[in-house]
Ligand binder design. Structure first.
Ligand SMILES: Nc1ncnc2c1ncn2[C@@H]1O[C@H](COP(=O)(O)OP(=O)(O)OP(=O)(O)O)[C@@H](O)[C@H]1O
Ligand SMILES: [Mg+2]
Length: 343
């Protein structure tokens, strides 16, 4: 079931196109990452999705209604079905945690008693019950963001939009907030779209990734698709390189494109799912009497899927039988070049 259907969305500022014919769908319960270089139009897209920015043309169908054609009054109502989480939390400093979380309920006209019960439930959900009477200044960044999430969930939205929700947080708090969002996604089946410039966040968290580049949607698919594809557009490759193993720069500098007798082949190998859990390296070395030196990388989870992404130096020429074997076993085998042999 599709929660959101975006069709041919276009938007410009002062005649300059910022969103160019964007179309995609989001299914219920999906976690979708939205990435792209600064200025690509990510925040503008998110603002359009929640009706804060009126696009020049196109449709945004949220739960069977096109929010681009709603009256101001109906739009305000539709917005209650969308939760927003911001980088800088946007909490009211002079209100307590409870009051901050209660605010959207108040606006939606909930009676005081029902409000109280709902706030207690939300604070329990985000693990902040004992901090209910504190003011934002008395909380850590991670706690503030959990208040932001509780507030965003208050009206039981069908879609949660997060714009750089973890960018202002330290790694520990980032993990706490992502774990919380994952839990909410699993237990409530909540659909989440998350903008981030941290590829590591996408890798750990997003089941699907949309890449925006200069206002155009240039990728819509799994993170694994990107990791296992040899030729990505340069902008995507640059983003990927932030999270995947890369050659240390001294080796990078000594890399040559042509094989030579006294040089080792340097390859990238990506293994996913069951292939990531086999004795790949020892099998490779036994089968071909090859020494494979791990230069960078290793095993991790990519959106919950076991993944090995590694760079190896091989002490043998890449003969056809080795290439064939690697192509069969690995989801990606890419020759990066050749480096001088270690003595
Ligand atoms: N209110 C506005 N008025 C005029 N131009 C704007 C406005 N908001 C955004 N822009 C422009 O639209 C383009 C896209 O901006 P947007 O904020 O959506 O990018 P972004 O992908 O979120 O970037 P970042 O990663 O830096 O947050 C940029 O060129 C920006 O300068
Ligand atoms: Mg932005």
């Amino acid at each position: 079931m599709s929660v959101l259907n975006v069709v041919g969305l276009r938007h410009s500022f002062a005649g300059a196109p910022v969103l160019k014919d964007i179309s995609f769908q989001v299914q219920k319960g999906e976690i979708v990452g939205l990435i792209g270089p600064s200025g690509a139009g990510k925040s503008t897209l998110l603002r359009a999705l929640c009706g804060l920015e009126k696009p020049d043309s196109g449709e945004i169908i949220l739960q069977n209604q096109d929010i681009t054609s709603l009256s101001e009054r109906n739009l305000r109502k539709a917005r209650q079905g969308i939760g927003l989480v911001f980088q800088h939390f946007n909490l009211l400093e002079t209100r307590t945690v409870t009051q901050n979380v209660a605010l959207p309920l108040k606006i939606a006209g909930w009676p005081a008693q029902k409000r109280q019960a709902r706030v207690a439930e939300l604070l329990a959900l985000v693990g902040l019950s004992e901090h209910h009477a504190k003011y934002p200044a008395q909380l850590s960044g991670g706690q503030k963001q959990r208040v932001g999430i509780a507030r965003a969930l208050a009206n039981d939205p069908s879609l949660l939009l997060c714009d750089e929700a973890t960018s202002a947080l330290d790694p520990q708090s980032t993990t706490t907030v992502l774990d919380l969002l994952s839990d909410i996604n699993r237990t409530l089946g909540l659909t989440i779209i998350l903008i981030t410039h941290e590829m590591e966040v996408i890798r750990r968290f997003a089941q699907r990734v949309l890449v925006l580049e200069q206002g155009a949607l240039v990728h819509d698919g799994g993170m694994l698709d990107l990791l296992t594809r040899a030729h990505n557009p340069p902008a995507i490759q640059a983003l990927l390189n932030e999270t995947r193993p890369t050659l240390p720069s001294p080796l990078q500098q000594s890399l040559t494109p042509q094989p030579q007798a006294d040089r080792h082949a340097v390859i990238r190998v990506v293994l996913v799912e069951s292939a990531a859990q086999t004795a790949f390296l020892s099998e490779l070395s036994e089968r071909f009497s090859i020494k494979a030196v791990l230069i960078a990388g290793g095993a991790s989870l990519c959106a919950g899927v076991p993944t090995v992404d590694m760079i190896l130096a091989l002490n043998r020429a890449l003969t056809d039988d080795i290439v064939e074997y690697l192509a069969e076993k690995a989801q990606l085998m890419e020759v990066l070049g050749y480096v001088p042999a270690h003595r």
